[in-house]
Design a protein around this ligand. Sequence first.
Ligand code: IPM
Ligand code: MG
Length: 356
Amino acid sequence: MTTYKIALLKGDGIGPEIVDQAVKVLDKTADKFGFAVEYDPADIGGIAIDNYGEPLPQVTVDKCKAADSVILGAVGGPKWDSQPANNRPEKGLLKIREALGLFANLRPAVIFEPLKKASPIKDEIIGDNLDIMIVRELTGGIYFGERGRLEENGVPAAYDTEKYSVPEIERIVKVAFDMAMKRNKKLTSVDKANVLESSRLWRETVNRISADYPEVQVNHMYVDNCAMQLVRNPGQFDVIVTSNIFGDILSDEASMISGSIGMLASASLSGGKRGLYEPIHGSAPDIAGQDIANPLATILSVAMMLRYSLDQPQAAQAIEDAVAKALTTHRTPDIYEEGKTKVTCSQMGDYVCTLI
Ligand code: IPM
Ligand code: MG
């Protein structure tokens, strides 16, 4: 029997509760589809600061590198707000992305039919089968560029730098084109080329690579327009490719179209098989420990792992189908609607298991 080794980085806040549900569902899926999973827990974020003095200890990096894939919950919380900037929990997340070379972040924004009412966007705007794939560059740009504080004529100032090299743009854009080829062959590249030089280089690179993908219909969109178009007519998008910071912002926006930020999964890939799978939402310290968080984004992240890293597409589909079915009757508080059964985080995990 195939045994997969999974590094388990639960992190902070609601991280442990949601990852526990994802593990339950993965174990159930393994039983059903005839494979086994071994878990190797490791610390990241605030808990790692508490236990090791830093948000990403080397032992965690080593465990991730020795694993077939990584499942991550969330990091951060008020307890660590007073940490210096380079030792914050979020730094652990940025460092693991860098250490594993996870330059491609896939964030699918899909609407599950039964959740249409939970979306703040009107039914007729959402349309049928909303399914957008945001491909976010994850290890470059302003997140990793030079930054600092200085004083100009006695006035304190600070700066961060948005910089992209051609190879960095090429590799993420190719991921997006390949993705578009497997989907509806439509790619929107989002930038701010009317202002930013790095965006002009981005756009040139997309246009050059598009020659290798004659079947893909490409359009360019400024990020401000894209933010507006996402709520005006989200159905126009198939695959969106964009920089690290624009992807961060647009994926939060897209998540609300699908009803709740508690629904959006993500995969972070390096070009190899190993990936890191995490919900796009944060650690929600305000509701941590109450067993009321929505575990579905993490459960759907496990489905992405089965599809992209472990070559178990049927198992992935089984999880996605189970989530879709669970939503017809069972809801965590963030997506609760009258007439449905209100469930806790762990009850949702259990219920999804029964549908696998
Ligand atoms: C995300 C998060 C992170 C990011 C934070 C927590 C550093 O918002 O994964 O979208 O900005 O990338
Ligand atoms: Mg974000």
